[in-house]
Design a protein around this ligand. Structure first.
Ligand code: C5P
Length: 225
């Protein structure tokens, strides 16, 4: 089975309130994007990597790409648009499977990615890394409307892995319908396709706000030990 990896990296990261787009903020001296790409480059059996980069991104250079398996393409307005453009950029190599991983998640454990890949290939079904919700979850605005039973609730992480053709069709249909698609799985769910939940480490955080930065640096130091 041919596997390609897509890295959506075309966000602006407005919640970070930083001078540079968040994927270029350094962690222990190295940009977040480079941490993520170097981690993914360690995966065996990947034919091609496609990084989606914003057209307005003046920080990107191909020298950030770890090796010759990596290419880049334009990103789009929303994350789902960026992933769709990256899928189309991979069309000529027709991978069987595609694994999508946020540039903003440099801390993912390779072991968890290997686990996800093995599960998807063995079952012949797509899946995502996820974790059971730990906190009590409230629904509301200024006041609590209700408490949501958490027994069946999961937090969706990336990577998310699906068959190339199925994800391409699901994203095209979902975006054409104007659906709110915040991850690959939600596009597949709209098409009534199964999505396996693969329990993963909870330190696979998406770096989003300033307080995530020292935490991420600490986790990287621990991982290096
Ligand atoms: O903004 P958020 O943190 O949810 O973005 C998740 C990932 O999707 C990030 O790696 C970001 O760069 C990427 N993204 C993208 N294109 C967009 C918006 C976000 O590739 N239009």
């Amino acid at each position: 089975d041919k596997l390609a990896v897509i890295i959506p990296a075309a966000g602006v990261g407005s919640r970070m309130q930083a001078q540079v787009p968040k994927q270029y903020i350094p962690l222990l001296g190295k940009p977040i994007l480079v941490h993520t790409l170097e981690k993914l480059a360690k995966l065996d059996g990947v034919e091609q990597f496609m990084v989606a980069v914003s057209k307005e991104d003046s920080y990107f250079t191909t020298s950030l790409l770890p090796d010759s398996r990596f290419g880049h393409c334009d990103g789009g307005k929303e994350r789902a648009d960026s992933v769709l453009l990256a899928l189309r950029a991979l069309a000529s190599s027709k991978p069987d499977w595609v694994l999508v991983h946020d540039a903003a998640r440099p801390l993912v454990a390779l072991e968890d990615i290997h686990h996800l890949i093995a599960k998807c290939v063995n079952e012949g079904q797509g899946g995502i890394l996820a974790a059971r919700v730990k906190d009590t979850i409230k629904c509301g605005a200024e006041l609590v409307q209700k408490t949501v039973p958490r027994e069946s609730l999961w937090q969706a992480f990336t990577p998310q892995m699906f068959k190339y053709e199925e994800l391409l069709a699901a994203l095209e249909l979902g975006l054409a319908q104007g659906a709110n698609i915040t991850d690959e799985a939600s596009a597949m769910e709209l098409q009534k396709k199964p999505v396996q939940l693969i329990a993963a480490r909870t330190d696979n955080i998406k770096i989003t706000t300033p307080e995530d930065l020292p935490l991420a640096e600490f986790i990287i130091q621990q991982q290096g030990k």
